[in-house]
Design a protein around this ligand. Sequence first.
Ligand code: NAD
Length: 498
Amino acid sequence: MEKRVSASAVAETESMVEVKNYIGGKWVSSSTSKWQDVNNPATGRPIGRVPFSTAGEVDAAVKAAKEAFPAWRATPPLERSRYFFRLKELMEDDLENIARTVTRENGKTIDDARGSVRRAIENVEVVTGIPSLMMGYNLEDGAGRNIDEEVIRQPLGVFTAICPFNFPAMVPFWFLPYAVACGNTFVLKPSEQVPLTQQRIFSQIDKVGFPPGVINLVNGGREAVDCLLDHPDIVGVSFVGSTPVAKYIYKRAAENGKRVQAQGGAKNVLVVMPDANYEKAIPNILGSCFGAAGQRCLAGSLIVAVGDAYGEVKRRLTEATAKMKVGNGLEPDTDMGPVISKEAKERILGYIDVGVKEGAELLFDGRQVKVEGHPDGFYVGPTIFDKVTPDMRIAREEIFGPVVGVIQAKDLDEALSIIASSPYGNSGSIYTESGKAAREFRYRAPVGNVGINIGVAAPMAYFPFSGQKSSFFGSHHGQGRDAIDFFTERKVVITRWL
Ligand code: NAD
């Protein structure tokens, strides 16, 4: 099958960036001997080098955060919020550069990158309201006659977040602004595959002039994570990444007495009812499955077509997919960029082979895609499997690439039972014009984020990023009111004046 590919003419002006840590208000070079290249997935060429920071460097970051905590905690919430007004302005001014850095190190299209930076900024906007968000509550005579009772919220100390590769700007901002605005101090550990975006954002954080040690950055991998999980001065851990690592983080941090919220992997189902508005649904489904090359935790990866929707969805989806242009995300007409790495590409191609062996039929095969000018880029074309059954590995396991399977179901009941049988519960969507079917779906689907005629049900900053089953471990989600609860302790005070 012939693919339309991009003849790339995007000039590579970038020089190699040596990634630094930001500790106690200063940029610091790591003294480690272990470094890794940061690659541009569109070209396959290195654009930076990231250190695997030593235990001593992680400790220095936590120490700086611990020392900064008492004064930061004592800074009134209104004053703390003003730092975030300033950060918002600086991030707005630098939005285009941040977005280009996201695309260069992650591969997603520039429009998608811009949207993700906008989402990061929205979290900053929300915490500018921290004086209201952090309020407690009280009840006069709540504990008896002349005895009042109240709840106050207090910050706890040093928090950390350990982040994945797929949203280098946005995911850290599900946590950092809330933790810090609540009066805690913070150590961020970005993904070692995409550390450049936070170099850029931290240069803005540096300009804001937060007191030294309030916000710190350490780069690294597993060793740095273990130091954070075991560090006695870290009070809480936020994690986003794959399910096996989420489980590990949840267990180890909890064993060490810390608060944990750990968001894991996904296998999201898009249910198409026969009465769906196909004109609107198909582009939406295409964006859900192939946007960011299928590397969103909210990406649709299974389409369950109910009754007559089956033939219609297959025909329309294949036609629309054939028009997609795969290429360098910096080119404005690219619909889908590369996947993150050579290893990811091999894993995804391996899954396509698995699907073929399992007996699924390829409606659209992305294995041979070539992008002119970028022979070494990590490209996998959009791939659609038909005749998928719920027990196949390609239906049960997270592929995290541009591969989607179509399953036929006789009715909504059967579609819901397919969702229920998945170990994951991140999100699920239904396409229908029936309010009754939509309500039934909302009521019964065991997923944290529900889309009704929406293929990527991404909660706004003031709503929690939910997730259930193996997609989330913990009780408080990122963002929204959950974030304020996670980053504060509620203290009860009972008062009697004699
Ligand atoms: P990953 O689990 O490989 O890595 C995430 C982070 O954990 C990185 O910072 C990495 O350095 C660290 N890490 C990796 N292995 C570790 C180990 N053995 N011990 C300690 N730390 C370790 O995830 P990824 O490949 O970067 O990201 C993709 C995954 O993230 C997908 O599974 C996707 O579904 C998931 N994700 C989930 C959400 C959500 O909200 N649920 C959002 C985005 C991404």
